[in-house]
Design a protein around this ligand. Sequence first.
Ligand SMILES: [Zn+2]
Length: 434
Amino acid sequence: MTRVTRTVVVKSVRLPRKVFRVLVELEGMYRNMVEQLTMYAVRNNVRSFTRLKALKYREVRNLYPQLPSHYVYTACQDASTRAKSFLRLKKLGIAVRDYPEVRRVSLWIDDHLWKPNGLTSIRIATHEGMVTVELDPHKQYWKYVNSGWRLTSEAKIKLDRRNRQLMIYLTFIKEVEECKPKGYLPVDLNENNVTILLDGVAYLFETNQERLVLGYYYRRRRIQERYDRHYGVKSRIKRKVLKRLKEKRKKNDIRWKIANIIVRTAYEEQQAIVLEKLGKKLANNMIKKVENKQLRHRIFQASFRGIQRAIEEKAREYGVPIIYVDPKNTSKLCPIHKTPINYTNSSRIGRCSKGGELWHRDVVACWNLLLKALRGDGSDAPSPAERNPVDVRLVPLASKATHDPIGISKSLWTRWNPLETTINLYKNNWNDYL
Ligand SMILES: [Zn+2]
């Protein structure tokens, strides 16, 4: 059993002025406490929360008798975390200032300071008594509520003054039983697709990351240049325009969707996911438009890592094990003959130098990932060789046909929505929202 933790941010509805004023006051007092405590902790080299609390609780409590006492506890926790990270930076010699600056504050609240009030509102303890805050829940929130996740009592609150809303950081946990895999699901990540090999059949999910990533790169750069010229480097208007691109959200959307499809497939088929150990694989020369080679590389590494991380996180949630194998030569050698495959020009189809059969590059990579996993290369997972002997017969030997993947276009797979059923449950209640 492993415990998986997720933070989900839920906004409140726009709050009445009176309620919001109370919360602003509360935040002010909390901020003062955190500032004082952090200063004290840094000055006296106090790193532990318990010690900070033992030393300062009485004093701070007396300063704010009107506050529920647990705010002093959580402020101590908050401050000791800040002090600890500051002291670490200082020790490394990379702290910019002599003392930490408490700039952004979110209220840390524990089980004494807030309670869920049904599923769509919470109650928060303040210096003026309990305050009820209505939530504006989203799909993701309902997903957690309805799929075996448990809401914990640890939460954080941030104030959005402009919209008079709260951002509530809720923590969900789930106990997951790691599943015992019966086979392997190799996953090959590329600039423009993600290919998996399921029971000997390769499926290629188009992602068009290249266009997405580069498109955003150029658009962002154009905006930056234009606005920097007119408004200076730090203009608010530039930030606003960049935000409107929704770059992060769109990239994340794709990552999570593909991760979801892969991990659920592995879970249902009871297979372990096989991934390349990242780091060595260079972005290939398909992206000639970005002049700077290193930059190009960095951009793509970032997008690979993003997909990989999403898969890892989802896998943890489902208890699906991941096996990492050495990426060396995964798309270069024929899985049957172990001889080089010749790719002409920038074609993704190559011919085996021994058998003469045609291979799709990403299919080759998947087969090699599978074979490496079966041999137990580059992972400490036990080799299931007895059950699944390494055997070329595993690889389909239709040597005349290309070993082609089944292509699935982005417009198709992004519409697959495993959440559909969950949402339908709530459609009646949440018509306005959905
Ligand atoms: Zn071959």
